[in-house]
Design a protein around this ligand. Structure first.
Ligand SMILES: CC(C)(COP(=O)(O)OP(=O)(O)OC[C@H]1O[C@@H](n2cnc3c(N)ncnc32)[C@H](O)[C@@H]1O)[C@@H](O)C(=O)NCCC(=O)NCCS
Ligand SMILES: Nc1ncnc2c1ncn2[C@@H]1O[C@H](COP(=O)(O)OP(=O)(O)OP(=O)(O)O)[C@@H](O)[C@H]1O
Length: 200
């Protein structure tokens, strides 16, 4: 069974991913793959440099993510352009990794895909788990974690579907508004339910 793990920016997908991995469940991470496919020399890297120019590079030639983020989260057309370069590569690698995990005998595989709904990737997964925290909490956790000011954080929020809309579309909801322990208990409940479903 392939489960899509999604949510909004800073709602806690990585936190839940860590809890799943601690329990031996494989999680394929779209953000991580999106970083790998734009490493210097990869086809997506070349396409990004062709479109955005060498100004978005660091001295060592790697992509300056902060600078590219500034551009794409301030300009919807540029964000779409970046998505069109990066997303097909991400989808290809995710499918390969899911097949490999299943070949290795995993009966449950999670795919952590922040933009699952926005990119219409529902067909890649059997069920959807939404990690939820209200927008006010998203904003607070973003400000605390990232070097962003309030305006930049709002821009990132606006580049995604509202979390309340994603919440409505979940097969399973993990509410990460409370403590990590409360979230952990929900993760355990979810895994127990999935195992019952698989054995039934
Ligand atoms: C714009 C970039 C360079 C900013 O890099 P940065 O290191 O600051 O952020 P990071 O990659 O860790 O992403 C953090 C979060 O931002 C959100 N986000 C990232 N890209 C996008 C996007 N294109 N549209 C909307 N939200 C996005 C996601 O919630 C993601 O979890 C980078 O996010 C990127 O290359 N994005 C395009 C690929 C993409 O869509 N990735 C997300 C899902 S595959
Ligand atoms: N239950 C919680 N209580 C307090 N802080 C939390 C909780 N869950 C996560 N955090 C913190 O909030 C921030 C966002 O969490 P996390 O990185 O897991 O979110 P994410 O959805 O993976 O984010 P992104 O979409 O940006 O990758 C992190 O700094 C994390 O340590």
């Amino acid at each position: 069974m392939i489960l899509g793990l999604t949510g909004g920016i800073a709602t806690g997908k990585s936190t839940v991913t860590a809890m799943l991995r601690e329990r031996g469940i494989p999680v394929i991470d779209a953000d991580q793959i999106a970083r790998e496919v734009v490493e210097k020399g990869k086809p997506a890297y070349e396409a990004i440099v062709r479109h955005f120019g060498r100004d978005i590079l660091l001295a060592d030639g790697q992509i300056n993510r902060k600078k590219l983020g500034e551009i794409v989260f301030s300009d919807e057309a540029e964000r779409q352009k970046l998505n069109a370069i990066v997303h097909p590569e991400v989808r290809r690698v995710m499918r390969e990794e899911a097949e490999a995990a299943e070949r290795n005998g995993a009966d449950i595989v999670f795919m952590d895909i922040p933009l699952l709904f926005e990119s219409k990737l529902q067909h890649l997964v059997d069920k959807i788990v939404v990690v939820y925290a209200p927008a006010s909490v998203q904003l607070a956790r973003m400000l605390e974690r990232d070097e962003l000011d309030e305006e930049q954080a709002h821009k990132r929020l606006r580049a995604q579907w509202p979390i309340e809309q994603k919440k409505q579309l979940a097969d399973f909801l993990i509410d990460n508004t409370g403590t990590r322990e409360e979230t952990e208990r929900q993760v355990e409940r979810l895994l127990a339910e999935l195992k019952t479903e698989l054995s039934g």
